[in-house]
Design a protein around this ligand. Structure first.
Ligand code: GLU
Length: 320
């Protein structure tokens, strides 16, 4: 015992002697426990061996066909006018579509401005809106429970959703793609086999990636903004959703890139509670106005030019 202490003491003397001229000896290297970055709240892993979602056999004719435009109004339009405000569901973390401007606190983006155009026609003032923050997973629920009058949140029109809600005509055509860290070696959906991909539950993006690349495992999180953080923290290899949403993330982080071809078409419609047909027609009238007046183009040029392939308003289809 005494001998080993002596050896340590000698070693210390030699070490300190070697540093005699420096002002302060280097602090000893500290060891500690390396802590992984925490996963986003409510993150859940779905392994590649989990059962796949059943293919959607639903037929609803042309899901993109909507009611002919009319500003005549009816019970739903009357109720919104009596209230004096339009209640709009969207999320506040979607760069380019609906996000809070840090300086003014205003909700900005393409979807927010489409909603303002509807409020302008309904109430005579684009600012007469109450924005309610909802996640992608809660869009149908918010409409079914009439918590909101409309949803303006990158919502793809599908036969599955049309069982529960109604849609306006298409106001933007997006396509699902893949976002990765630059030079990751992942160039599209085929390279995602054995990789971990971030998605938000109850979105078309999640179903498409599970069917299109069953060999990928998934991390599900509440919002697409959480997916960007998970990618930045290297907790996933990729994020897959609409090119429109991915373009907003790529603009926020220049070390990321959108790769691969389109995985599926994602036509965006304004979500409206089932049965509110007068409001569907009214919203379609606003969309018709902004398509023909050039206002749609102005909004596209303000928010999305360069982010998407499309550069003109989608042609509406009417059913009756
Ligand atoms: N367009 C996709 C959907 O409606 C994803 C968009 C989103 O989650 O906001 O499910």
């Amino acid at each position: 015992m005494r001998r080993s202490l002596a050896v340590i003491s000698l070693a210390a003397t030699v070490f300190l002697g070697g540093c005699a001229n420096s002002e302060s000896p280097a602090a000893p290297t500290r060891t500690g426990t390396y802590t992984e970055m925490p996963m986003p709240a409510q993150a859940t892993t779905i392994v590649s061996s989990s059962p796949l979602p059943t293919a959607n056999p639903d037929q609803c004719g042309n899901p993109l066909a909507s009611l002919r435009p009319s500003t005549a109004g009816g019970p739903t339009v009357d109720a919104i006018r009596a209230r004096g405000r339009l209640i709009v569901g969207l999320d506040t973390g979607s760069n380019l579509f609906s996000f809070r401007d840090p300086k003014s606190g205003t909700i900005m983006g393409f979807d927010a401005d489409i909603a303002r155009e509807i409020a302008k026609d309904l109430l005579g003032d684009a600012s007469l809106i109450d924005f309610r923050t909802i996640g992608s997973s809660d869009r149908e629920k918010a409409l079914k429970s009439h918590t909101v009058d409309i949803v303006a949140k990158t919502m793809s029109i599908t036969c599955e959703r049309r069982k529960d809600v109604t849609f306006s005509t298409v106001y933007l055509q997006a396509s699902q793609r893949v976002l990765v860290v630059q030079d990751s070696g992942i160039n599209g959906i085929a390279d995602l086999a054995g990789k971990r991909v971030c998605v938000v539950p109850r979105t078309t993006s999640m179903d498409n990636i599970r069917r299109g690349q069953p060999a990928a495992s998934l991390l599900t999180v509440p919002s697409w903004a959480d997916c960007l953080v998970a990618l930045q923290q290297r907790q996933v290899d990729a994020v897959s959703t609409d090119d429109a949403i991915l373009a907003g993330m790529a603009a926020q982080d220049p070390y990321t890139a959108v790769v691969g071809g389109p995985i599926s078409p994602e036509p965006y419609g304004i979500g409206i509670p089932k049965g509110d047909d007068d409001l569907v027609r009214f919203v379609n009238a606003t969309l018709e106005r902004i398509r023909t007046s050039g206002r749609w183009q102005e909004l596209y040029d303000e928010w999305l030019v360069g982010a998407l392939h499309e550069s003109s308003p989608p042609t509406p289809t009417y059913q009756d």
